[in-house]
Design a protein around this ligand. Structure first.
Ligand SMILES: [Zn+2]
Ligand SMILES: [Zn+2]
Length: 153
């Protein structure tokens, strides 16, 4: 695996407004204006993705559905950046990454009583239009999702 250091150095000089820091998780911190990245196998795609969140000035989301829109936007922007740096992001990687968000949303929004799709009425509350059941959802659990609910606030 080629070293990502040259890319990081390039990004540091192209985007002096951001800090790039190595970390076990990849995420964007709006408060710290920091792109956390790791040197794992998908590092290049993820670095560009997190940088895209930064360039789009993503802060936080109120509805789960907004998070998915932000994710899609960040991947579109990341793909624009690949031209500039002569890199490639595999579309399958993007799709499977977005799928984890879609699965997560599906699991949260399905009514536990009747399986209809509920509506999110508060950050952690869903409500079913079919049977009126209301349920509470936990904070986002996967590593990729945590960055918004915990690290960006
Ligand atoms: Zn993202
Ligand atoms: Zn229901």
């Amino acid at each position: 695996m080629p070293s990502i250091t040259p890319l990081i150095n390039q990004l540091r000089s192209d985007y002096p407004q951001f800090i790039f820091k190595e970390s076990p998780d990849s995420y964007w911190s709006h408060d710290e204006k920091t792109i956390y990245y790791n040197a794992g196998p998908d590092s290049v795609s993820l670095i560009l993705h997190e940088l895209a969140h930064g360039l789009l000035d993503h802060v936080d989301y109120k509805r789960d559905i907004e998070l998915i829109a932000m994710e899609r936007e960040a991947w579109d922007k990341a793909k624009e950046l690949t031209d500039k740096y002569n890199l490639v992001i595999d579309n399958n990687f993007i799709q499977s990454n977005l799928d984890t968000y879609r699965d997560w949303l599906h699991a949260r929004s399905t009514c536990p009583k009747c399986n209809a799709t509920g509506m999110q009425t508060k950050p952690n509350i869903y409500s079913c239009l079919a049977c009126n059941h209301k349920w509470t959802v936990n904070e986002a659990r996967t590593c990729a999702l945590k960055r918004y609910s915990k690290k960006v606030k």
